[in-house]
Design a protein around this ligand. Structure first.
Ligand SMILES: NC(=[NH2+])NCCC[C@H](N)C(=O)O
Ligand SMILES: [Mn+2]
Ligand SMILES: [Mn+2]
Length: 298
C-alpha cells in the first residue's frame, strides 16, 4: 500500500492541553518504521499548521469554542487529504483532537458516492451547539459530517453532507449525551455500544460491521479515537471513560479489517502525551496501525 501520513497538532476542539503533541508522540512510537517493516510505501507529509493565537481560547461563542481556528485548520486538512487521495494514496491522519475528523472526511468523502465510516470511540461525537454540554467541537465531528450544526463546520471543503447516516457504524460507545441518543434513534445510525460488544463479542461485532458496510459503501474511513479503548490500555486521552474496549479486542478488530480489505482511509486521534504513561497510548496506537496494515503474529 502507498500510505501518506498527515499530522494534525490540533488541541482547540477541547480544553485540555497536550493533545496537539499527539502526532509527535505517535511518530516517536515508531509509526513510520512499523509500517515500512510491513513493506508499505510510506510518505510523511509532516504537520498541518494550526493557527493558535498565543494559546488564547476563543470563547466568542462558548457553545462553539475556537470555532474560527478549528474551521481554518480543517479546511487545510481537507485539502491535504484530498490531494493524497487524488494521488491514489491512502491517507493516514494523526491527531490531535477528534474535531479534525471534519477535515479528514471533507477531504475523503468527495471521492466516494457512499463513503462508510467506522467510528471507534467511547463517545458519539454527534453533538451540535444546541446539544453540546461542553461547547467543545471534538464532540461534534460526526454530526457536522452529517450536515448538522454550524455552517462553518458542515461546509468545510465547500459541500455538505459528507456522510449518510446509514453508512455509519459506531463501535465502543459508552458515554452518550441525551441529544446524541435521540439523533442515533432518529437517523437509524448503527451502533455497537459496550453492551453489544460484551454480549456478542468483538468477532461477531466486526463480522456484522464488515458485512453491513460491504454491501452499501464504496470506501470506508476508520476514525479511531483512542478513548474507545479502556483507560487501562490508553490512559493518555483527554476524556477517558472506564469500561472500554481492550487492547486485544481492538487488535482483533484491526486484524479483521485488514483481512476484509475495506478500509480506504484512517485517522488515530486524541493521543495526549501529557496525560499519558511513558507514551503508552501512542504505542498502542502504533501497534493497532500495525494490525490494520497487515501485521500478523506468525
Ligand atoms: N472526541 C471526543 N473525545 N469527544 C468527547 C465528547 C464529550 C462530550 N460528549 C461533549 O460533547 O463534550
Ligand atoms: Mn471519544
Ligand atoms: Mn471522539
Amino acid at each position: 500500500m502507498n500510505i501518506s501520513i498527515i499530522g494534525v497538532p490540533m488541541d482547540l476542539g477541547q480544553t485540555r492541553r497536550g493533545v496537539d503533541m499527539g502526532p509527535s508522540a505517535i511518530r516517536y512510537a515508531g509509526v513510520v518504521e512499523r509500517l515500512e517493516s510491513l513493506n508499505h510505501d510510506i510518505e510523511d507529509l509532516g504537520d498541518i499548521q494550526i493557527g493558535r493565537a498565543e494559546r488564547v481560547q476563543d470563547v466568542t461563542n462558548p457553545k462553539l469554542r475556537n470555532l474560527k481556528a478549528v474551521a481554518e485548520a480543517n479546511e487545510k486538512l481537507a485539502s491535504a487529504v484530498d490531494e493524497v487521495v487524488t494521488r491514489g494514496r491512502f491517507p493516514l491522519v494523526l491527531g490531535g483532537d477528534h474535531s479534525i475528523a471534519i477535515g479528514t472526511l471533507a477531504g475523503v468523502a468527495q471521492h466516494y458516492k457512499n463513503l462508510g465510516v467506522i467510528w471507534y470511540d467511547a463517545h458519539g461525537d454527534l453533538n451540535t451547539e444546541e446539544t453540546s454540554p461542553s461547547g467543545n467541537i471534538h464532540g461534534m465531528p460526526l454530526a457536522a459530517s452529517l450536515g448538522l450544526g454550524h455552517p462553518a463546520l458542515t461546509m468545510i471543503g465547500g459541500y455538505s453532507p459528507k456522510l449518510k447516516p446509514e453508512n455509519i457504524v459506531i463501535i465502543g460507545a459508552r458515554a452518550l449525551d441525551e441529544g446524541e441518543k435521540q439523533l442515533i434513534k432518529e437517523k437509524g445510525i448503527k451502533i455497537y455500544t459496550m453492551h453489544e460488544v460484551d454480549r456478542l463479542g468483538m468477532t461477531k461485532v466486526m463480522e456484522e460491521t464488515i458485512a453491513y458496510l460491504k454491501e452499501r459503501t464504496d470506501g470506508v474511513h476508520l476514525s479511531l479515537d483512542l478513548d474507545g479503548l479502556d483507560p487501562h490500555d490508553a490512559p493518555g486521552v483527554g476524556t477517558p471513560v472506564i469500561g472500554g474496549l481492550t487492547y486485544r479486542e481492538s487488535h482483533l478488530a484491526m486484524e479483521m479489517l485488514a483481512e476484509a480489505q475495506i478500509i480506504t482511509s484512517a485517522e488515530f486521534v486524541e493521543v495526549n502525551p501529557i496525560l499519558d504513561e511513558r507514551n503508552k497510548t501512542a504505542a498502542t496506537a502504533v501497534a493497532l496501525m500495525g494490525s490494520l496494515f497487515g501485521e500478523k503474529l506468525v
